[in-house]
Design a protein. Structure first.
Length: 573
């Protein structure tokens, strides 16, 4: 170990204070700065800061020189090992040769000396700074004094950063609750939804009465109310009247700590002493108010109001979705007729599933999960008397996915005339979809290009399940990847060229096939598909299609699949 100049303790104390002050809230930055400062004054091979958990055990939060698997697995209990001893007795432990100390936990064979310095703030253990070296006696009284000075300045800073992190975590928890509230959108009956809302809010904020008012013109109609777990019905409120009306008119939450001292309060029931009303706003439109009341003065805090304000947009969205669904339900027959017409049109948009082309036999089939499908396939000749085939799957199902599929199909037709190289075509489709900026929609696709003169099949993939190749009694997966289309700019796509042999069978299936599930929740999977193919080595593409769709239906027990299913099969002749 090279000799270091003598360290001025005052200088170290000053620098430690400055470094700690420069990283007051970011725990990771603070620990990184601590390691950097220690490196300047003490030689070590291994560095770790272990922080105490709520049960008193310690885990590594920052380290240098340790294997990642050791960092993730190591948990030190009080009194265990040298660091555990330093934590339990809150005193620095210096070991000149760990081989002579029974407390040492063998983690790294090359270690010979170790020093563990406790971090203590506000009378409690924060953690331990632990340094290890391959040389015996690496840490003496000077290193001990320096590290204790550094620890004295960093202990409180680390504790404060942890408190800030905990607060941030609580905020994240609240954010998670808002995401959970998005599940309300799956509840399509308004009455059921309002009951679910009241249940969730009770888990977050204690109340004696809850009401949900929905706007109808300039009035707030009382749609739902509970008081002491009993359903109640209260009067309609004009906009601007009472606490509820004030929240609706201003589009801002209103918190009343004592209803006797606020002239806006309108008594609907006896005994109410505090109230909080939060407007339900959707796309800048006030659609209603969530109102909570309590028999106690000061039952609601600013934090309660903040939590409810976080939930309010999700509640508003879910209520609006439920109301819209009820409107759709009233015209369900008309809607169904329109979808049936769309399905008939989509049949004409999909090309003939058995095109004829030199050197190959082709067959394709689509079975939608609903009236219309978000899956698509397309075939077309390309320059040089070649052949192109595309299979795609739009995110989601139903009419919106089908419209997106129709849009994509038109783009493919126009772009394929200019770009026949698979990866280039996928890139062009990606750019064209991004130009249209259709939110929350994207396409996974696979494009295959057949060159009869060379007997080659070139395949590029954009997030589609990989194709299978059956050859010589074996089935292998063609691994080629790429990002979905219409999702990210600058997407790059790999491609693979296969020198074919007579009788090669290429099978491309959308995830509606492999992810089809039965009554026990099992998925059909690629293994079942592979076994089916191997059992039919001489089948034609059409016969394979019949067998695959029959087997998936038999496995799932469903006449209509849970997801759109599309299979494209190409066999070389």
């Amino acid at each position: 170990m090279a000799d270091r100049p003598r360290i001025d303790p005052l200088q170290i104390l000053t620098e430690a204070s400055e470094v700690a002050a420069d990283h007051p809230l970011d725990l990771e930055d603070l620990l990184r700065a601590l390691a950097s400062l220690v490196r300047k004054v003490v030689d070590y091979q291994l560095f770790a800061v272990l922080l105490a958990d709520s049960d008193g055990s310690m885990t590594i939060r920052y380290s240098i020189g340790y294997r990642p698997d050791l960092v993730s697995m190591l948990r030190v209990r009080p009194g265990e090992g040298i660091t555990g001893h330093a934590a339990q007795f809150r005193e620095t432990v210096v070991v000149d040769d760990v081989r002579n100390d029974p407390r040492y936990l063998m983690a790294v064979d090359a270690v010979r000396s170790e020093i563990a310095v406790p971090l203590v703030a506000r009378g409690k253990l924060v953690g331990v700074i632990d340094l290890q070296s391959p040389a015996p006696g690496s840490f003496g009284e000077e290193e001990r004094g320096i590290l204790e000075l550094i620890a004295s300045r960093f202990s409180l800073a680390i504790d404060a950063a942890q408190l800030f992190q905990q607060t941030a975590s609580q905020n994240e928890t609240l954010h998670t609750l808002t995401e959970i509230a998005q599940e309300f959108s799956q509840i399509l009956r308004l009455e059921e939804l309002l009951e679910k809302i009241s249940s969730l809010v009770r888990n977050l904020v204690r109340y004696d009465a809850l009401s949900i008012y929905l706007r109808e013109g300039e009035m707030l109609k009382h749609y739902f109310g509970v008081r002491f777990d009993e359903r109640v019905q209260w009067q309609t409120m004009p906009m601007g009247e009472g606490v509820v009306g004030a929240a609706a008119q201003t589009k801002r939450p209103v918190l009343i700590q004592d209803t006797d001292e606020d002239e806006r309060y309108v008594a609907a029931v006896e005994g109410i002493r505090s109230e909080v009303a939060v407007p339900l706003i959707l796309k800048d439109e006030m659609i209603g108010v969530l109102d909570l009341e309590s028999d106690q003065v000061g039952s609601f805090s600013a934090e309660h109001m903040r939590v409810l304000s976080l939930l309010a947009p999700q509640i508003a969205s879910a209520i609006e979705n439920a109301r819209l669904y009820e409107e759709v339900a009233r015209s369900r027959q008309r809607y169904k007729s329109n979808l049936e017409a769309a399905r008939e049109l989509q049949r004409y948009l999909l090309p003939n599933g058995h095109p004829e082309f030199e050197g190959i036999e082709v067959a394709a089939r689509n079975r939608p999960a609903a009236e219309v499908s978000g899956d698509l396939y397309d075939f077309h000749p390309t320059p040089g008397e070649c052949f192109g085939a595309l299979s795609g799957d739009v995110s989601g199902k139903g009419a919106a996915a089908a419209l997106y599929a129709a849009l994509t199909s038109g783009l493919i037709r126009s772009l394929a005339a200019k770009h026949h190289q698979p990866k280039v075509l996928l890139g062009a489709i990606n750019r064209a979809l991004l130009e249209r900026q259709i939110e929350a929609r994207y396409l996974v696709a696979l494009y295959a290009h057949w060159e009869p003169a060379e007997k080659t099949m070139t395949i590029a993939n954009a997030g589609h399940p990989p194709p299978l190749l059956m050859r010589g009694g074996k089935v292998e997966t063609i691994e080629v990847g790429g990002t979905p289309l219409g999702l990210f700019p600058g997407g790059e796509y790999d491609e693979v060229t296969i020198q074919t042999q007579p009788g090669d069978v290429f099978v491309t299936a959308s995830d509606g096939v492999s992810e089809a599930y039965n009554a026990e929740g099992e998925q059909y999977g690629e293994e079942r598909l592979t076994a089916l193919l191997l059992g039919l080595p001489n089948a034609t593409p059409v016969e394979l299609l019949d067998a695959i769709f029959a087997d998936v239906q038999r496995f799932s027990g469903r006449e209509m699949p849970a997801d759109d299913c599309t299979v494209v099969i190409i066999r070389t002749t």
